[in-house]
Design a protein around this ligand. Structure first.
Ligand SMILES: *Cc1c(COP(=O)(O)O)cnc(C)c1O
Length: 402
């Protein structure tokens, strides 16, 4: 008899042979600017903890206090016995922060996208999605019975064409849902949400934005992409995000109308059938909103650091793509070279991961850096000089040094 589990090892070894397997590094301690990775002290240049909030004293104190007052687990899913006062308070605070009527917190951003999208559009509906949308959106769309179409990345004209074409071919769509990432995580570019929203209004479509990388980064005081474009909620009906990135904790969320939230929690299977957050998570998320509202210096420093780093890297001759955000890709080209550059940087004390095929197209391999508000000028100079030395050794810098 053949071993029914033989494929596990075979497929894993295939990945290893193709150099496509994940080799996990171990963070020995908190995610801070200088941290310990695989036992080595390095500068963190690839975490999503944009504002350094994961170690902020107010978040840590709130989490510890919630353990004392509420214990470590919620005991249930929210619709049965796991709906704690802290969960309810967090949603009220988030809605106020976002300037929305209501918000709903999911266990993760992945659970929000995969649980809500298939409920918003089903049989007889149409979903139109940016071609580079996040995998959790793609999975949410796959779970829907709706017809799907894809438009060219960040291209509102192509979105307009796709909408016109779809309506001409089958004018009987019940509902249309347009979905886009707010900030695209591989290139750091921003979706043309103003134009997407205008097309939504023109076509009577709902607009859903996933702002995982825009929150805490864009807009007034880090309120996100809807604030960045000064859009109103009748134009962008679903604003989705996560507490796992700039907020420094964990948990997905949506904001919009009260009807949206009532609909979402009654229908999303990921919300209904999965245990709610530990109270410490909800309390830390509330504290993160407190910090964003009362300490504007973190977002300001994030952008100062971003501008400083981008300018220095461009002056050195690195190709840093067309990012408009604290995500700065350092373009390399071949996958093997990007991996070598990442290893050299790590040896020099800078932790930045290579992003290679199949995460990006062949020949578009890069080192993806993510800026952090907690990095000092000295830290940035340290990283920039490590990039310069390694970049010259590997011939990544094209220009002659000035
Ligand atoms: C990280 C991310 C998610 C998933 O969020 P989690 O809360 O970590 O599950 C969803 N969408 C986008 C665009 C992301 O970058």
């Amino acid at each position: 008899m053949r071993d029914p589990t033989a494929f596990l090892g075979e497929e894993y070894r295939d990945l290893v042979r193709q150099d496509l397997d994940w080799r996990l590094r171990v963070l020995g301690g908190p995610s801070t600017p200088w941290c310990v990775v695989d036992g080595k002290k390095v500068l963190m240049f690839c975490s999503n903890n944009y504002l350094g909030l994961s170690g902020h004293p107010r978040l840590k104190a709130a989490a510890l206090e919630a353990v004392k007052t509420h214990g470590v687990g919620s005991g249930s899913v929210r619709p049965i016995a796991g709906n704690m006062d802290l969960h309810v308070e967090l949603e009220a605070r988030l809605a106020k922060f976002k300037g929305a009527d209501a918000s709903l917190v999911y266990q993760t951003g992945f659970a929000a996208n995969s649980g809500l999208i298939p409920q918003l559009a089903g049989k007889g509906d149409l979903i139109v999605s940016d071609e580079l949308n996040h995998g959790s959106i793609i999975d949410g769309v796959r779970l829907s019975q709706a017809e799907r179409r894809v438009y060219k990345h960040g291209d509102a004209e192509d979105l307009s064409r796709v909408l016109d074409e779809a309506e001409r071919e089958s004018p009987q769509f019940r509902r249309i849902l347009i979905i886009t990432d707010g900030v695209f995580s591989m290139d750091g570019d921003i979706a043309p949400l103003d134009r997407v929203a205008a097309l939504g209004s023109e076509h009577g479509a709902m607009v859903y934005v996933d702002d995982a990388h825009g929150e805490g980064v864009l807009g007034e005081g880090g309120r996100g992409i809807v604030s960045h474009f000064k859009l109103t909620r009748d134009k962008v009906q679903v604003e989705m995000g996560t507490f796992s990135k700039a907020f420094g904790v964990v948990g997905g969320h949506i904001s919009g109308s009260r009807d949206l939230v009532n609909f979402a929690y009654n229908k999303s299977r990921t919300w209904l059938l999965s245990g709610s957050h530990p109270p410490a998570v909800a309390a830390a998320c509330i504290a993160a909103i407190d910090v964003l509202e009362s300490e504007p210096e973190h977002v300001k420093r994030l952008w100062e650091n971003t501008r400083y780093f981008k300018k220095a890297m461009a002056d050195l001759g690195f190709d840093i793509g067309k990012s408009e955000t604290p995500i700065t890709p350092v373009m390399v080209g071949e996958s093997s070279k990007a991996k070598k550059l990442s290893s050299k940087l790590f040896e020099a004390g800078v932790f930045a991961l290579p992003i290679v095929y199949p995460m990006v197209a062949q020949g578009k391999a890069r080192i993806r850096t993510i800026m952090n508000a907690a990095l000092s000028k000295e830290d940035l100079d340290f990283a920039i000089s490590a990039f310069e030395v390694a970049g010259r050794e590997l011939d990544v810098i094209s220009k002659i040094a000035p």
